[in-house]
Design a protein around this ligand. Structure first.
Ligand code: TYC
Length: 111
């Protein structure tokens, strides 16, 4: 195919005009976020197990393992999700806990 642009060279003000070089990949994996449950001295263990089953799809056994981990270590991972899903789960946990008058806290952090 013919190219009607004039040749360019060093010092030519038109050098490289209109040339776009892509060095980055076209697609990016979405950032993922861990939803973390925090320990406290007041929320009943059974309530935490219910939260983990209801909002994080855990079996009773899995939920008990995560709850005990948080109880002993202070913090634990409930799951890893996209930003929007993680934010929704954090709000569901805090809202459900508050409505049941428990101080349980939940947060998210980049994975
Ligand atoms: N520490 C609480 C108790 O002894 C139980 C508990 C576990 C609370 C996990 C919060 O995220 C939590 N009743």
């Amino acid at each position: 195919m013919s190219d009607h642009r004039k040749p360019t060279g060093p010092g030519d003000p038109d050098l490289n005009t209109g040339v776009v070089t892509k060095t980055k990949a076209e697609t990016k994996k979405p950032a993922m976020y861990k939803v973390l449950l925090l320990n406290d001295d007041y929320t009943p263990m059974e309530f935490v197990v219910v939260i983990l089953m209801r909002f994080f799809g855990k079996s009773q056994e899995e939920a008990t393992t995560v709850m005990l981990h948080v109880h002993r270590r202070g913090v634990g991972v409930c799951g890893v999700y996209s930003y929007e899903v993680a934010e929704t789960k954090v709000n569901q946990v805090i809202d459900f806990s508050r409505r049941n008058e428990h101080p349980l806290q939940c947060t998210m952090e980049k994975d």
